[in-house]
Design a protein. Sequence first.
Length: 139
Amino acid sequence: MNIGAAAERTSLPAKTIRYYEEIGLVRPERLDNGYRDYSDDDLHRLRFLQRARSLGFGIGECRLLLSLYEDKHRASASVKAIALEKIEEIDRKIGELKSLRDTLANLSKNCHGDDRPDCPIINDLAGEPDATGKRGETA
């Protein structure tokens, strides 16, 4: 099938599919006229990539996961280790986001939100001291 049909069946943009081909994650056959010819196996790989990407795996991780998927002698411990690393990364990002949220919540709480120009949010962004003399430092 052509790239348009592959895109429709995988819900991936054709541009993404071309990119995956460019970096070697999928390798569709080429017809005599040069058009790509996607097989059911190619569609399966594209769906695999789509799911892995939706779980936050980067291109390099997807490449590794695909190689493990295709290795019928793989150890599941290898796959689990990749998943556990991703969980640690997600937990680290959650911590960073919570810290950012707390900082913004505190700044917002201390902002009068009225017609006065005095604003601790702006002061913090500019690294200027607040009313207590502390310099703004986020997270």
